[in-house]
Design a protein around this ligand. Sequence first.
Ligand code: ARG
Length: 395
Amino acid sequence: MNSKVVLAYSGGLDTTVCLQWLKDRGFDVIAFCADVGQGEDLQAARRRALACGAVKAIVHDLRQEFVRDFVAPSLKAGAVYEGKYLLATALSRPLIAKHLAEVAKAEGATHVAHGCTGKGNDQVRFEVTLAALAPSIKVLAPVREWELKSREEEIAYAKRRKLPITVTTQGLYSLDQNLWGVAIECGPLEDPWTEPPEAAYRWTTSPMNSPKTAVYVTIGFARGVPVALNGTKRPLMAIIQQLNRLGSRFGVGRSDLVEDRLVGIKSREVYEAPAATILHAAHRELESLTLHREVLEFKELVAARYARLIYDGLWYTPLRSALDGFIGQTQAVVTGEVRVKLWGGHATPVGRKSPRALYRRTLATYGGEDTFDQKMAEGFIAIWGLPYKATRARP
Ligand code: ARG
């Protein structure tokens, strides 16, 4: 009997060639297609896998789990990598790996396989997750091993082996997308001095062509998680989908950066994440209204660390659980609404309110209802400034 391998299959060129490569090495291949909201036809991918000789092809809709268990914690954390990347791809990898392991177990497979290259982060995220969740499963990474050196060579191989691939012009760029955003690499983007061509963008209208009139959206949060849009209760997934559509029309959520990969390579990346951008801005705004200064300041450190652990493939680790404990506690009061203005590529919070607000108008106001005793400031400043008086008086 052949050994079974579960292959993370997208239906694209790389994973289709992987499928054939694994078959050639005597494996029975089970293709596993994960729906994380990439908006591609996964039933077509499933049929393609079977046409290529997979013994079985499975599609799982992981969108709910993705939103609930990965997107929501990362939003609560305020996780942004190197100031610009909202981690869409990075968040999906541990989820897909978890399901690869589950399918392998259910199907009695000894191996799992992925189509990641040896230069990227995704291989690390898949394999570290598998090590943490299913250490006895063996991992195969055909792209790291085979001799095919370029996309052209892969296409030639696929043609030789009569694999049913569709080669599209989108081939200029390497894409990865899900509900939380799209990552775009390669082609003209490999020159960090070159502005991304409009054709590189997948979702968003150019901010220069954004509608002339701004639109306002109101996002309701309960304990740090979005629960309503424009006053109507909606599931988070529906809120994300709606904000992706709306934000895209206004050119919101583009970013362009040189990022540090885990394997030590600097890489020029372009992202589009309209909903993620709007929700992060709104969430941060509500935190400003409801959290104490010390908590906000410390949470910034946690956010950066949390972003890095997501990026580095360390989702299923004790550090993440521990940081979730801290973050969860801070979010208990992050309930309320934020009004965000979308226009010309920007998502700008312009209003915020909360039943748990720390803002006190009677303290802040310069109007008649002021209750702040200005005389108290004198003593406060005398003590606050005391150490510096001594410095000046030093002999
Ligand atoms: N650089 C991003 C990351 O490491 C995106 C990777 C996208 N993957 C892809 N196959 N295009 O998360």
